[in-house]
Design a protein around this ligand. Structure first.
Ligand code: CA
Length: 480
């Protein structure tokens, strides 16, 4: 079957007429959104690392469509998840710092899918708030560290799926792997002495040891995916994402680098999405919810997110459905994807806002407090891994170690020739024109988001849990 025939088959699901569809409710698909946690997108065979064993992910990709240009805009857990669940970028929805909460009144996929008649559940990691913005049915597991392929978890998932056979469901399966600490999975499967070091890491014994343990957790995640797939019926759109990058130095978490913001995305829906296909159009996490709502028979352009400040001035999503990439054989969705990172609020984090804009070839990064020193968990991890000592022995490594803490105002990379962002071209005059254009795009996006850069960074604690000490401290400082 070619993609044109897929278009015909999917036409019913893509027409935005929920009232008509309700009568025949229920050839609408179920939706399962399966999330990894802190998995750098490159670290699986599907995206180019054959050493990491992920047979279930490989199979999912063979049966579905692999997206090669999907991006979150923030490489930390809570902002990433909440932009995915709200269809809004982090500064607009409010959940932009680590542990962030969305602004009062913001609605999420739990509201929007319920409005279409779906049951909406989540199992595993949550990392969102306040609760009234995320009225999911929370499926209980026996412990917060339980693997989602444990019998008890699978039983809970199966019960949720089977409970109302006539009503479609939307379920988020949010794994806690391969997030630190790297303790799960087949810890003897990867030999630290034999793993291939990616070009962005510095080769030390401790780095190797952590890399091997992290790979084992990716294999554990893959087992969770495989076990879940066994209880999911074919009339289900399964969406898998690697989430944001890993907690290694330059592994991507706490940065706007490719390893942090680029995310693996695979969509499988037998008979509706062509098996073994791929798409390299640029899309963002904020586009995923509008896409899923369209597939479920809704009209994402009519949704009220509960928050003003949409690109058209209304209260709709920041994102747009990219179902046309599947159903109409499209190959373009966005000219640019954006990143916004807040370091205040991360453990030991200095005030170090970073913003980025990426085209299909170039990446522009603005370090808005470049005169400051970047420091958080990841600089400590670098020290624990002995990178500074390695650079003392081999001075060629020193710039890489130095650059984790000390960065220029602007970084600019040609991703076609430098996919790991190892060579900053911002001083190269031949790129001045492109850099100016991209900076203008970034400024426009920040203005639309009401993102004030350093000022926004300094207000971070106003956007974490109101019951937390950080938030209380912030309120006290404002009352002085
Ligand atoms: Ca995460």
């Amino acid at each position: 079957m070619n993609r044109r025939e897929f278009i015909k088959q999917t036409a019913v699901a893509t027409v935005a007429m929920p009232s008509l569809l309700r009568a025949q409710a229920d050839d609408r698909p179920n939706i399962v959104l399966f999330l990894a946690d802190d998995m750098t997108w490159r670290d699986c065979g599907v995206y180019g690392n054959p050493e990491v064993q992920t047979p279930n992910l490989d199979q999912l990709s063979r049966e579905g469509m692999r997206f090669d240009g999907c991006f979150t805009s923030t490489s930390i857990c809570a902002p990433t998840r909440q932009q995915l669940y709200t269809g809004m970028f982090p500064v607009r929805n409010g959940a932009y710092p680590q542990g962030g909460f969305v602004r009062p009144g913001v609605k999420s996929m739990a509201h929007h899918f319920k409005a279409l008649g779906y049951r909406v559940g989540i199992i595993g990691k949550q990392h969102y708030g306040p609760p009234e913005s995320f009225p999911f049915e929370v499926l209980k597991t026996t412990g917060s560290n339980e693997l989602l392929d444990a019998d008890a978890s699978i039983r809970v998932i199966q019960d949720f799926i089977d409970r109302e056979p006539g009503q479609p469901y939307c379920l988020v399966v949010a794994s806690r792997n391969p997030h630190l600490p790297y303790t799960k999975g087949p810890q003897d499967m990867y030999d630290p002495d034999k793993v291939t070091m990616p070009p962005y890491l510095i080769d030390t014994p401790e780095t190797r040891k952590r890399l091997a343990a992290y790979y084992a957790e990716i294999t554990a995640l893959d087992a969770e995916l495989g076990r879940c797939m066994q209880v999911i019926s074919d009339n289900t759109l399964v969406v898998f994402s690697t989430e944001q990058g890993s907690a290694f130095p330059y592994g991507g978490k706490w940065t706007c680098y490719e390893n942090g913001l680029h995310t693996g995305l695979i969509m499988r829906w037998p008979g509706k999405i062509e098996a073994g296909s791929s798409c390299d159009a640029l899309v963002q996490y904020v586009d995923i919810l509008p896409t899923l709502l369209q597939v479920a028979g809704g009209d994402p352009t009519q949704v009220d997110t509960g928050r003003a400040g949409a690109p058209d001035g209304g209260s709709g999503f920041d994102g747009k459905s990219f179902w046309h990439l599947v159903a109409e054989n499209g190959n373009h969705h966005r000219d640019y994807v954006y990143g916004a990172y807040t370091n205040r609020g991360v453990r030991d984090g200095t005030d170090y806002p970073i913003r980025s804009v990426r085209s299909n070839r170039y990446k522009y990064i603005a370090n808005l407090n470049h005169e400051g020193v970047f420091q958080c968990n990841v600089t400590r991890f670098m020290d624990e891994m002995g990178w500074a000592e390695a650079a003392e022995k081999n001075p060629a490594l020193a710039p890489r170690v130095h650059a984790l803490r000390h960065r220029p105002a602007v970084e600019f990379y040609d991703l076609e020739n430098d996919p790991y962002e190892l060579k900053n071209l911002s001083e190269d005059a031949q790129y001045a024109g492109i850099m100016k254009e991209m900076r203008a795009e970034l400024d426009t996006w920040m203005a639309q988001q009401n993102d004030r850069g350093m000022e926004t960074e300094l207000e971070a604690y106003a956007h974490v849990n109101p019951a937390s000490a950080k938030n209380k401290l912030y309120r006290e400082s404002q009352n002085k």
